[in-house]
Design a protein around this ligand. Sequence first.
Ligand code: SF4
Length: 171
Amino acid sequence: MFLQSIDILDVDLCVQLPDKFVARTRASADLKEIMPYLNGMFRTSVYNHGDGSIKFTNDRVEYTIINDQVNIAKFANRTELHELLDWLRDLINDTYESRAEMTPLYARRKPVPVFFIYSLLPGTNCQMCGEKTCMAFAARLNKLEADIDACPPLSGQEYDASRRKLEGAFA
Ligand code: SF4
C-alpha cells in the first residue's frame, strides 16, 4: 500500500468559522508524486508543482498538502476528522494504483470571475439557493463551494443560455 496512514498532530479551532476546526496531520509517505493526479480530479485545486503543494476543497472542507504535511480545515468534530482522513487515504491509494490510466495535470487552474458568474444569474435575490443575494451565491460558486443546481430559477427556460454558459465555464 502506498499510503499506510495519516496521523493527527494537533487540532485547533478554525479562525474563520468559530464552530469548525482545523487539524495538522502527517502522512506516512511523501505525497508529491500523487499531486498532479489530484489536481486533475478536483476543479477546486490550486497546485504548485515547484514547491510540491496542492490545495483543494471537497464538501466545504479544505485540504492543503505540502509533501507529507496534510492540513484539513472547516470540519465539525473529531469523528468527522477521522472519517475525512480515511476518505483521503483511500482516495490517495486508489489514485496511486490507477495512475497509469490517469492523466496528470501540472497546470494551475484559473477561477471563474465572480462578476462573470453574477452576470449570468437571474439577479432576483430570491434566496432559494440559501444565500441572501445572487452576488453571495456567485461568490460561493467562484470558490466552488456551491453547485449551479442550487439555484432553482436557473432551470427555467428563459435562463437556458445563461445556464449553458455557466456550465461551460465550470466544465
Ligand atoms: S436562487 Fe438563484 S436567483 Fe435566487 S438568490 Fe440564489 S442565485 Fe439568485
